[in-house]
Write a protein that binds this ligand. Structure first.
Ligand SMILES: Nc1ncnc2c1ncn2[C@@H]1O[C@H](COP(=O)(O)OP(=O)(O)OP(=O)(O)O)[C@@H](O)[C@H]1O
Length: 264
C-alpha cells in the first residue's frame, strides 16, 4: 500500500549534531499518530522532514508513494496540510484572506474559494473573525483561523505541531474533538503534542485508540496504542517522571508525579 506518509530510516544532521536518527514511521489514511517527547527531542524536525521542508541526510520520505522532495508545491498542497507551532502573522490580511490562501491549489473561482473558506471558518466557530486582520486576533483566535485553513485545504494527510497552543481548556477540547472528526472521516493525522491527555478528546466512544510514538534524542523509543497498559510506564521513562494512569468518566488520563514520591 502506497497511500499515506512513510518515513523510512530517516536521519537528519545539522551543525555536527544528529537531530533524527533512523526514524521509521508510517501514517496511513485513517491513522492518528501522536508524537510525544521532551523539548528538543526532534518532534518539529520530524514534521519538517515529513513536509519536505528539510531533506534527510539519509533515508526516505514518501507521500502517496512519491518522494516528498519531488512534489511540486501544488501537488504537495493537495496531499499535506500542516499547522506550524508558531503562527506568525506579519501581514494584516483578514482571516478570510488567510483561509482563502489555503485553497490556492484548487482550480476554482474567487467566489467558490471564499464560500469554502467561510464554511471552514464557521466550522471552527470563527466566522465572526472573517473580516478582521489576523494581526489583531488573540493567539487562540488566530489558532482557530489556522485550523479553518487546514479544513479548507481538504488534504488526505494533516500534520499538526502542538495545535492546542494558545487555546483555553474549552477550546482545546473542541479542537481535539474536531481533529477526531477528521480522523474518523479517513484523514491520516500526525500530531505533535506535549499533553497526551488531549488525545482522549479525539476519540469517540467505542472507536480505536490513537497511536502514541515516543521520541527521545531523535530516536523512536516506543510506538504504542493509547490504550496500551504499559504506556504510562513508557511516558514516565521518556519525561523522567512517574506517570500515573487513571480513568475519569471513561477517559484514560495520565498524571506526572515526581519520581520517588508516595502513592497519590
Ligand atoms: N537547523 C538547525 N540547526 C541546528 N540545530 C537545530 C536546527 N533545527 C533544530 N535544531 C536543534 O534540534 C533539536 C530538536 O529540535 P526540534 O525543534 O525538532 O525539537 P522539538 O522536539 O520540537 O522541541 P520542542 O518540544 O521544544 O518544540 C533542538 O536541540 C534544536 O535546537
Amino acid at each position: 500500500m502506497t497511500a499515506g506518509l512513510t518515513l523510512d530510516t530517516v536521519t537528519v544532521r545539522a551543525r555536527g549534531r544528529t537531530l533524527l536518527e533512523g526514524v521509521s514511521l508510517r501514517v496511513a489514511p485513517g491513522d492518528f499518530v501522536a508524537i510525544v517527547g521532551p523539548n528538543g527531542a526532534g518532534k518539529t524536525t520530524l514534521l519538517r522532514v515529513a513536509l519536505g521542508l528539510l531533506r534527510p541526510d539519509s533515508g526516505q520520505v514518501r507521500v502517496d508513494g512519491r518522494d516528498v522532495s519531488g512534489l511540486a508545491p501544488r501537488e504537495r498542497a493537495a496531499l499535506l496540510a500542516w499547522l506550524p507551532q508558531r503562527l506568525e502573522a506579519a501581514e494584516p490580511i483578514t482571516a478570510l484572506e488567510q483561509v482563502v490562501a489555503a485553497r490556492y491549489r484548487f482550480p476554482e473561482s474567487r467566489r467558490a474559494s471564499e464560500a469554502a473558506a467561510l464554511r471552514a471558518l464557521a466550522e471552527v466557530g470563527a466566522q465572526d473573525f472573517a473580516s478582521r486582520p489576523v494581526t489583531e486576533l488573540s493567539g487562540g483566535e488566530r489558532q482557530r483561523v489556522a485550523v479553518a485553513g487546514l479544513l479548507a485545504q481538504e488534504t488526505p494527510l494533516v500534520l499538526l505541531d502542538e495545535p492546542a497552543n494558545f487555546l483555553d481548556p474549552a477550546q482545546q477540547l473542541e479542537l481535539y474533538t474536531r481533529v477526531g472528526q477528521l480522523w474518523r472521516a479517513g484523514r491520516g493525522l500526525l500530531c505533535v503534542t506535549h499533553d497526551v491527555n488531549v488525545l482522549t478528546h479525539a476519540r469517540a466512544p467505542g472507536t480505536r485508540a490513537p497511536r502514541v510514538v515516543g521520541l527521545a534524542e531523535g530516536r523512536v523509543v516506543f510506538d504504542l496504542d493509547y490504550d496500551a497498559p504499559d504506556l504510562g510506564e513508557h511516558l514516565g521513562a521518556l519525561f523522567g517522571v512517574r506517570m500515573h494512569s487513571t480513568s475519569v468518566d471513561g477517559h484514560r488520563v495520565f498524571v506526572g508525579l515526581p519520581r520517588g514520591g508516595g502513592a497519590p
